[in-house]
Write a protein of this length. Structure first.
Lengths: 561, 245
């Protein structure tokens, strides 16, 4: 490691995007994608706290079989608002609107996204949608479940459905505009030499995500518009009393909301595809397959939506076809997991915090994905439909997968975003806390589901209590695991060790510019002459590569400092 | 990002900027297809389930007004296309003339749409408490704007339809929910389009569009054509259901 020690301590750059301008106006009217990403970070974190608060209420209530905290009516509102906040205001915008916004232009070597003003507009739309939804929360809340099933939501519910529906409808357009911006940016803004197959897989994953956003979100928009008009003006499309069809609502709803799961998980997969080669110091195994798998997930993901509706009395043939397609969509996900693990083989692995999150992702996503196959299997689904098995399954995907990816990515790029390192050991402890807390919270829910505890009930038979207590205890650990990074990442943004251009080192273009980057991202537009994740032909990374072409790459693992 | 003349800072060349803007508009139009697709699906499924009620509802629409509006929109698409051509060939006065013509045709469409909507209100065909699909057939004196012969035919059809579908009133309301939902959404898009055209007109009168730089005319043109195409689908869906008999 002698070469490593002679490198001088990095200096914090004098001019960068954070100090390019000052004042509240310079933030609220910015068109810089990096600043807009920071606006999103603040707003999304705010909604994460709100959603987390509802989650804690649910878990505290379920500590005892009869529930001592909330009335049944309040309980309905808690789980509904937890779902609505977390799905529409945290998970969907989290990685794309924060990390994607910050990184995609830099990764493709551009000065900004294709449409910077539309990018800012999307943030304002998100905020307006969020305000409408919060209006609903403050004025009596929402009790329909996050799925807004009709005719409960349009006729019978006594809660504030209309503002929530309007809020989610509006927020959808922020997602559409973000997706549109990413698609166009990847097509037309790439730097010279940045060919399609030199793009980082993070960009490929976001390209696939954007396809889903652009094709799926308008459908939920028109569906919620119809449901909203039904609630406000008494139209009858989804109201059986008027000849309408509630199942039609479910079809339209899931046509978006199943692919929406891929809006949450694909970007996280993109993050993992960056973390694993970086901390294994090895080119990603099967780059083309991982890129194509992202697109395959996006496309096939549109063809599986009725597996949420196996028990609605749909035709058996349709159910069989959708069950089959559900198994098919697991294949590209499996390809990715195999390729990630194959990348680890023979790599020079270091256990820096982002890599811990990547490992956490691998294990939890595996469990979440495989239990998804149970649910896609017609016979088994009959038994475990609408039980805690489903709740545990999708939390393994959304929290174990998407949130692990989000936090891993946040740690990985925090030195780029703020120019400073977070405290490594504290971060490792937080990653372990999260992993343990998560499993304690949600693994017992698989058992509860198999034993037959239905989801969305505010009470349960006493024999289920032990598992519920475990779950609540786990949720408390999980909460600590979330609070720790929020505290030390904020601290690190101001007082952390100066990171320098490329602390890991990693291969992407974003690591070829100063941290934090300039407003224009690069001094001069870069020319790309290397393949993605190619550690062997990159002397600029300062890695110790014996002979330049040996099978093993000996690298200064960051954790050895 | 700073801009140099008509080139925004994030782009390197005018050509890249134009490609980007055009691709952005095309992707936006794809989202619009999915948006209208949802309500058209809801319409189609209900039309299949409640054919008699939907045919009955369709018969109360004025084919003449609908067809005229179709022609008006097609003509406006032509003037828009000519506007784009004038911009690309750098004929500065012609751009403004064609934009004005397009806007005028848009307003003719709104005028005819207003007549149609007003008719629906007078004929008790707006979904709600006073909805009555047989209002004109039963009160011909109150529907003087409809041809007497047509009204008589309508009465006969109403009886037939009621035999086939006892819940005709509710299902006909679904038809008119779809009618107002779909044409209303379309009209909203037309209003936005007219606003965009006025914004273009401001710049074209100022002589800003040249053969080298005319992206706004180009992409607003794309949007306008799309809104026309939506109508090309709405017209047969809503007006022509039962005309093949």
């Amino acid at each position: 490691m002698s070469t490593h020690e002679t490198v001088p301590e990095p200096k914090f750059p004098e001019k960068h995007y954070l100090n390019a301008e000052y004042g509240i106006r310079s933030w609220l009217l910015t068109t810089d994608h990096k600043r807009i990403a920071m606006l999103y970070l603040a707003a999304v974190t705010f909604f994460f706290f709100i959603g987390g608060f509802f989650a804690m209420m649910i878990r505290l209530h379920l500590m005892t079989p009869n529930g001592y905290l909330l009335t049944p009516d309040q309980y309905n509102r808690m789980f509904t608002m937890h779902g609505v906040t977390m799905v529409f205001f945290f998970l969907i915008p989290s990685i794309p609107a924060i990390l994607g916004n910050f990184l995609i232009p830099i990764m493709v070597g551009a000065k900004d996204l294709a449409f910077p003003k539309i990018n800012l507009l999307s943030w304002y739309i998100y905020i307006i949608g969020g305000l409408f939804t919060m209006w609903s929360m403050i004025n009596g809340g929402l009790d329909t479940g996050w799925t807004f099933y009709t005719p409960l939501s349009t006729v019978y519910s006594n809660s504030a459905v209309a503002p929530a529906v309007i809020g989610v409808f509006i927020t959808g357009f922020s997602s559409i505009l973000t997706g549109l911006n990413f698609l166009v940016t990847v097509h037309t803004m790439r730097a010279p030499g940045m060919t399609w197959f030199r793009l980082p897989l993070f960009v490929w994953a976001h390209y696939a995500t954007s396809l889903v956003m652009v094709l799926g979100t308008p459908v939920i928009a028109i569906t919620l518009a119809l449901a909203g008009m039904e609630r406000l003006f008494g139209l009858g499309f989804f109201n059986p009393a008027m000849g309408g069809d509630p199942i039609l609502f479910q079809h339209l709803f899931w046509f978006y909301s199943h692919p929406a799961v891929y809006i949450m998980i694909l970007p996280a997969m993109g993050v993992i595809s960056e973390l694993i080669p970086t901390f294994a110091r090895k080119q990603l195994f099967g780059y083309h397959f991982v890129a194509a798998a992202s697109l395959a997930i996006a496309v096939i993901g549109f063809l599986v939506w009725t597996h949420h509706m196996f028990l609605t009395g749909q035709s058996t043939y349709a159910a069989v076809a959708f069950s089959f397609l559900t198994f098919v969509v697991a294949i590209p996900s499996a390809i990715k997991v195999f390729n990630w693990t194959a990348t680890l083989f023979g790599g020079s692995i270091s256990f820096d915090t982002p890599m811990l999150y990547a490992f956490g992702f691998l294990g939890l996503f595996l469990i979440g994905g495989l239990t998804g196959l149970f649910l896609g299997c017609l016979g088994i689904d009959m038994n475990i439909h609408d039980t805690y098995f489903v709740v545990a399954h999708f939390h393994y995907i959304m929290v174990g997968g998407a949130v692990m990816g989000y936090l891993g990515g946040l740690h990985f790029w925090w030195p780029k975003i703020t120019g400073r390192m977070y405290p490594e050991w504290l971060a490792r402890i937080a990653a372990f806390t999260l992993f343990i807390g998560f499993n304690f919270t949600f693994f017992p829910q698989f058992l509860l589901g198999v034993m037959g505890m239905p989801r969305r009930y505010h009470m349960y038979p006493p024999e289920f209590q032990i598992y519920n207590v475990m779950s609540t205890a786990g949720a408390s650990i999980l909460a600590v695991g979330y609070l720790l990074p929020m505290i030390y990442l904020t601290w690190a943004a101001f007082y952390g060790k100066v990171a320098g251009e490329n602390p890991w080192p990693a291969t992407g273009l974003e690591w070829k510019t100063q941290s934090p980057p300039l407003t224009e991202n690069f001094e001069v537009t870069p020319v790309v002459t290397w393949e993605a994740y190619d550690f062997r032909n990159r002397p600029d990374l300062g890695l110790d590569v014996p002979g330049g072409s040996g099978p093993r790459i000996v690298a200064p693992a960051h954790g050895d400092d | 990002m700073h801009r140099t003349g008509t080139l925004y800072g994030q782009f390197k060349t005018l050509e890249q900027q134009k490609d980007t803007a055009t691709l952005g508009m095309w992707i936006f139009l794809v989202t619009e297809v999915m948006f209208f697709g949802g309500i058209m699906l809801a319409y189609t499924i209900n039309r299949h389930t409640y054919f008699h009620a939907f045919a009955m509802g369709s018969n109360t629409l004025s084919l003449g007004l609908g067809a005229t509006n179709t022609l008006v929109l097609l003509a406006s698409s032509f003037t828009m296309a000519m506007g784009v051509w004038s911009a690309q060939t750098g004929k500065k006065t012609l751009i403004s003339i064609f934009l004005i013509l397009t806007i005028l045709l848009g307003f003719v469409f709104f005028g005819i749409k207003y007549v149609e909507y007003a008719q629906k209100f007078h004929h008790h065909l707006v979904p709600g408490k006073s909805f009555d699909i047989g209002y004109c057939a039963h009160n011909p004196s109150k529907c003087e704007d409809v041809d007497v012969k047509e009204l008589k035919e309508e009465g006969e059809r109403l009886e037939e339809a009621q035999k086939a579908d006892p819940d005709l009133q509710a299902h006909a309301q679904l038809y008119f929910s779809a009618y107002f939902g779909m044409t209303g959404l379309h009209a909203l898009h037309m209003v936005i389009g007219a606003g965009l055209l006025l914004w273009l007109l401001k710049d074209s009168v100022a002589g800003k569009f040249t053969a080298e730089w005319n992206n706004p005319v180009d992409i607003v043109g794309l949007y306008w054509h799309f809104v026309d195409i939506v109508w090309i689908y709405l017209f047969p869906l809503l007006y022509l259901i039962d005309r093949h008999k």
